[in-house]
Design a protein around this ligand. Structure first.
Ligand SMILES: Nc1ncnc2c1ncn2[C@@H]1O[C@H](COP(=O)(O)OP(=O)(O)OP(=O)(O)O)[C@@H](O)[C@H]1O
Length: 543
């Protein structure tokens, strides 16, 4: 029997070596515990040196245990020793630590709720409506991109140089969502800066000039919009090494695109599908996929192409987003099937025309009456630039032929023209060389012509969304604009829809039209008389 052990252990051979760990625990406990103190006093001590070593080791062990005990709660004080008084001090520490943690947690909770309250007020002020799990706070200004997300000064300088000083509501909310790696579908009025909302996160997150495949894909429904998006991206990225590319015919002619790399790739769905299917374009590294004018892209004709592209963008951590000024319910439903934990962002009221556009409905009686009304308004007050929409390329050609003789600087754009002719029509209109541009719906969406004074719907639009997008070519980036819609007898059944749009976007509207019978409005393109002032026989009508 060990000498000096207490009576508690009388008759028991205490093997110090075998129970060295527990023994040393006792050694440590003596600081706080009477019983252990007695034990240690009666103990036959070994040499001072080994004692000291043991103590040091034990100090470390006890410290570790204390930490563990604090972490796992008061009921789990140092294993096997809770019967001793010494556990009290541990319990006290644990209690203290717990109180501290609880206090900290409750402070954090309070802070979180306060921030949520501030966010809600801020969103209300800016007409931002969100739905989704813990939506990131909106931006109060562009500087927050640096303080919250480490944005490089160069990008902010570029924005300032472009006159972009304060974020628009869609930018305030969509940018933090995409930067946080969350997917989103967003509906914001025409001309409210959706392009920057989805390009900015790419320019902040992607590594410039990466040779690691394609970094981001932006899909646009038309070639014109894709070219415009490229131009915008390049302006925002000015002075950086970002490689921003348009998927062109020439690029597709290349034999193999499997090694193709660029940071941002902009394309129409058909071109991109061809590149994937025929030229083995690899999109498995894409980090951002944007469907701009998403409702157009989800129309039946394009759905298969979109499906192929979405599948090809197979990176599991991809961030997908949908943007448009009109977001029908069926698009939201489809979007939910491909997106993960997406945030829904609506600015103002969903599917509503821009409030910056003053809208007017004018009864023109007949096709001849339309041409007369147009000529008269040009004679009285032609305030260029003016954009005129007609329902088909044939009618675009007819109206163009009529206006050419009027000595007006007029041009036309439709799908029968070559790409070069279309590009030059857009460029000349942008540069102010042409005052009046006649167009089909090919440029109704997304096109950003600065300061269009007036949009004229020479032919009644074929749907509410077509109306919203057409008149949205005016009244952009906070400017005011005007839209005139001519109508004839054939269009009256659909007037109600336009009047409702006028009402909800704050324009003066004909209240009698609101009372008209409700009629489903889809692809309303009636056969109309040829656009001509040349008198013709009645039998010649409606060829
Ligand atoms: N924060 C901002 N401040 C001022 N101007 C801005 C801002 N953001 C974008 N703009 C400008 O506003 C114009 C419209 O932007 P953009 O084309 O992105 O609108 P949009 O919402 O995509 O419109 P649409 O629905 O017609 O496609 C552009 O000329 C753009 O440079």
């Amino acid at each position: 029997m060990e000498k000096g052990t207490s009576f508690l252990f009388a008759g028991v051979h205490f093997n110090k070596k075998k129970f060295s760990t527990d023994f040393s625990r006792f050694q440590k406990k003596k600081e706080n515990d009477e019983l252990v103190e007695n034990l240690s006093l009666n103990e036959n001590r070994e040499s001072d040196e080994s004692e000291e070593e043991e103590k040091d080791e034990e100090k470390v062990r006890v410290k570790k245990r204390k930490r563990k005990a604090v972490g796992s709660g008061p009921s789990e004080s140092v294993e096997g020793f809770s019967v001793f008084k010494s556990s009290k001090s541990v319990e006290a520490t644990v209690k203290e630590e717990n109180e501290k943690t609880e206090k900290k947690l409750s402070q954090e909770k309070k802070k979180f709720y306060q921030q949520q309250e501030r966010d809600a007020l801020f969103r209300k002020e800016h007409n931002i409506h969100v739905a989704g799990n813990t939506v990131p706070s909106p931006l109060t200004d562009f500087e927050e991109l640096s303080s919250r997300y480490g944005c490089k000064a160069k990008l902010l300088r570029n924005l300032a140089d472009l006159g972009i000083k304060q974020p628009t509501p869609i930018q305030r909310q969509a940018i933090p969502i995409l930067l946080s790696g969350r997917e989103c579908f967003a509906c914001a009025p025409t001309g409210s800066g959706k392009t920057l909302a989805f390009v900015c996160p790419m320019l902040m997150k992607l590594k410039p000039a990466s040779k690691d495949g394609v970094g981001a894909v932006i899909l646009c429904p038309t070639r014109e919009l894709a070219s415009q998006t490229i131009r915008e991206c390049k302006k925002f990225a000015e002075g950086s090494k970002f490689c921003i590319k348009l998927m062109t015919k020439q690029l597709i002619r290349k034999a193999d695109l499997s090694k193709f790399s660029c940071d941002i790739l902009v394309s129409t769905p058909l071109r991109l599908k061809l590149a994937i299917r025929k030229k083995k374009l690899n999109l498995s590294r894409v980090q951002y996929l944007v469907l701009d004018e998403s409702d157009k892209l989800f129309e039946l004709g394009l759905l298969k192409q979109i499906d192929c592209i979405v599948k090809a963008c197979s990176n599991p951590s991809i961030v997908r987003s949908l943007f448009s000024a009109t977001l029908p319910d069926f698009v939201e439903e489809l979007a939910r099937t491909i997106m993960h934990d997406a945030v829904r962002v609506i600015i103002g009221r969903k599917n509503t025309a821009s409030e910056n556009v003053k809208q007017k409905l004018v009864f023109a009686g007949s096709e001849e009456g339309k041409l007369l009304a147009l000529r008269q308004s040009f004679a009285e007050s032609l305030n260029p630039p003016v954009l005129i929409f007609v329902q088909s390329k044939e009618r675009a050609k007819e109206l163009y032929a009529e206006l050419l003789v009027d000595d007006i600087r007029v041009d036309v754009i439709h799908s029968d023209l070559t790409q070069e002719q279309r590009d030059s029509a857009v460029d000349n209109f942008r540069a102010g060389k042409t005052w009046v541009l006649i167009a089909t719906d090919v440029i109704a969406r997304g096109m950003d012509f600065k300061a269009i004074n007036c949009v004229i719907n020479y032919d009644f639009p074929d749907s509410t969304s077509a109306y919203i997008h057409r008149i949205g070519r005016s009244g952009r980036a906070g400017r005011s604009g005007q839209a005139i819609t001519l109508y004839t007898e054939e269009d009256i059944p659909f007037l109600r829809n336009i009047a409702n749009e006028m009402k909800s976007s704050g324009s003066v509207f004909p209240s009698w039209a609101i009372g008209l019978q409700k009629k489903k409005w889809k692809k309303h393109r009636p056969r109309r008389d040829t656009i001509s002032t040349t008198p013709r026989d009645k039998g010649e009508k409606k060829k």
